[in-house]
Design a protein around this ligand. Structure first.
Ligand code: COA
Length: 328
C-alpha cells in the first residue's frame, strides 16, 4: 500500500462535565463496582446534559481543533462526523456542526460505522485530501450514547457514554503520513449490536417504545469474541502493509470498549503496558468518539510527537472494524 501523505494539524476534544460512577449505577440497576471494574475496566464515564446533543459536543471539540490549527471556520473545506447517535435522522450531524461553526464553505456529512467511525472518517477524508479535492478536513467522532441506552439493561447501560473528539487533517510533504490502513465490515452480525427500531424496518410505534426497541441491544458474548479476533486480524494486516512490526509501534491507541479486549490485543502483540493507551476507566465506551478523544489526550499531553509510529484499531457495530498505522 502506498503511504497517504496527510497529517493531523491539530486535535481537540470535549467531555461533558457530569461524571457517572459505578457507585451511581449501583443505584440504577442490579450491578456492582466490582463487576463493572473486573469485567470491563470502567470506573467512571461522562454523561451529556439533557439539553446537550451530539452536534453540541462535536461543535465544542471542533472549535478547539480549528483554533489550534490556526484556521477560521470559513476555511474548513470538508466536515465528516462519525456517529451512531445523531441529533436527528436528518439533517446530518455534520450539517448541524457546520452551521454552528459558521463553516460556510465546507461540505458536511456523517459516517455510520459505529466504533470504527473515526478511523473510517480519517481514511475517507485522507482520500479527498491526497486527490487534491479539498485542502483540509475536519473529522469528528461524537456520541451521546446515553440517549440510546436502555437504563434497565445492566449488560449495556454500564458500558456506553458520551463525548467528542476532533482533528484537522491537511496534506503533508511526506514526513507525516498514513503508512497503511485496513477497513472491514460484516453485516451478517448486524443484529448482534444494534438499535432495532426507529428506522424504516420498525418505525416508531407505542409498542416499539414500550418494548425499549429504540435503545442499544447487544449480544455481548458474541461481540466480545469477534472483537478480540478482528482487532488482532485488522491490526496485523495494517502492520504487514505498513512494513512494521509491533516493536516499531510507539503507541497503540485501541478503541476503548472493554479493558479485556484491549489487554487481549496487547498480549497478542506482546506490547508492554506503557505502549497501549487506556482511558476506558475514565470515559467508558464512547464509540466513534473514543479514538478521537484518546488521540487528543496523547497529543495534548505530549505523549506522542512528530515521527512517532501510532497504531489505531477499532471494532464496532455493523459489524465494522478498522485499523491504521500513522507516522505521526
Ligand atoms: N452487573 C452485574 N452482572 C452483570 C452485568 C452487570 N452490569 N451485566 C451482565 N451481568 C451478568 C449477566 O447477567 C450474567 O449473569 P448469569 O451468569 O447469571 O446469566 C453474568 O454477568 C455474565 O454475563 P456475560 O455476558 O457472560 O459477561 P461477560 O463476561 O461476557 O461480560 C460484557 C459482559 C458486555 C462486558 C462483555 O460481553 C463485553 O464487553 N462484550 C463486548 C461488548 C462490546 O465491546 N461492545 C461494543 C463493541 S464496540
Amino acid at each position: 500500500m502506498a503511504p497517504i501523505n496527510i497529517k493531523f494539524k491539530s486535535t481537540g476534544a470535549y467531555l461533558p462535565e457530569r461524571v457517572l460512577t459505578n457507585q451511581d449505577l449501583e443505584k440504577i440497576v442490579d450491578t456492582s463496582d466490582e463487576w463493572i471494574t473486573t469485567r470491563t475496566g470502567i470506573k467512571t464515564r461522562r454523561i451529556a446534559a439533557d439539553e446537550e446533543a451530539t452536534s453540541d459536543m462535536a461543535y465544542e471539540a471542533a472549535k478547539i481543533a480549528i483554533k489550534r490549527a490556526d484556521m477560521s471556520p470559513e476555511e474548513v473545506e470538508l466536515i465528516i462526523v462519525g456517529t451512531i447517535s445523531p441529533d436527528m435522522f436528518f439533517p446530518s450531524t455534520g450539517c448541524f456542526v457546520q452551521d454552528r461553526l459558521g463553516a460556510k464553505n465546507a461540505v458536511a456529512m456523517d459516517i455510520n460505522a459505529a466504533c470504527s467511525g473515526y478511523i473510517y472518517s480519517l481514511v475517507i477524508a485522507s482520500k479527498f485530501l491526497v486527490s487534491g479535492t479539498y485542502k483540509n478536513a475536519l473529522i469528528i467522532g461524537s456520541e451521546k450514547l446515553t440517549s440510546i441506552v436502555n437504563w434497565e439493561d445492566r449488560a449495556t447501560c454500564v458500558l456506553f457514554a458520551d463525548g467528542a473528539g476532533a482533528g484537522i487533517l491537511v496534506p503533508s510533504n511526506g514526513g507525516s503520513k498514513i503508512l497503511a490502513f485496513d477497513l472491514g465490515s460484516d453485516g451478517s452480525y448486524g443484529k448482534d449490536l444494534c438499535v432495532p427500531a426507529g428506522g424504516s424496518r420498525n418505525p416508531a410505534t407505542k409498542e416499539t417504545v414500550d418494548k425499549k426497541m429504540h435503545s442499544i441491544v447487544m449480544n455481548g458474548n458474541a461481540i466480545f469474541k469477534i472483537a478480540v479476533n478482528k482487532m488482532r486480524e485488522t491490526f496485523n494486516k495494517s502492520m504487514a502493509m505498513a512494513g512494521v512490526t509491533a516493536d516499531d509501534i510507539t503507541l497503540l491507541i485501541p478503541h476503548q470498549a472493554n479493558l479485556r479486549i484491549i489487554e487481549s490485543l496487547r498480549n497478542f502483540l506482546k506490547l508492554p503496558k506503557e505502549k497501549v493507551y487506556v482511558n476506558i476507566d475514565r470515559y467508558g465506551n464512547t464509540s466513534a468518539a473514543s479514538i478521537a478523544i484518546a488521540l487528543n489526550e496523547v497529543h495534548e499531553q505530549g505523549i506522542i510527537k512528530r515521527g512517532d509510529i501510532i497504531g489505531l484499531a477499532a471494532f464496532g457495530g455493523g459489524l465494522t472494524w478498522a485499523s491504521a498505522i500513522l507516522e505521526f
